[in-house]
Design a protein around this ligand. Structure first.
Ligand SMILES: [Zn+2]
Length: 98
């Protein structure tokens, strides 16, 4: 949980127009460029958003079996009643086999 000061700092970072913080057009490599079109912010708080952390690596994931599934997050997978990110789920399944 964020304290009031932390929340205020975070808000200040994102309040500034993003196009002033990043160039509209930026170089990927060589002569390849990408252009920024838009961005969005998703505050990850399991109390309000369908998100949780992987049981192994702590990366943010969403639970497709619950309402409010977040398409911007990796989908968590249950292995032996614990939820994992896709990579850790693979290892957890392998571990169960052995
Ligand atoms: Zn993981």
């Amino acid at each position: 949980m964020l304290t009031g000061a932390e929340d205020e700092n975070r808000r200040n970072i994102f309040d500034a127009p993003i196009h002033k913080r990043f160039p509209k057009r930026f170089n990927i490599y060589g002569d390849t460029y990408a252009e920024w079109e838009r961005s969005s912010i998703l505050y990850l708080n399991p109390k309000y958003v369908n998100c949780t952390k992987c049981s192994d690596c702590d990366s943010w994931i969403t639970d497709k079996q619950k309402p409010g599934y977040q398409a911007r997050l990796d989908v968590g997978e249950y292995v032996d009643e614990k939820i994992y990110c896709p990579e850790c789920a693979t290892f957890a399944r392998e571990k169960l086999k052995n």
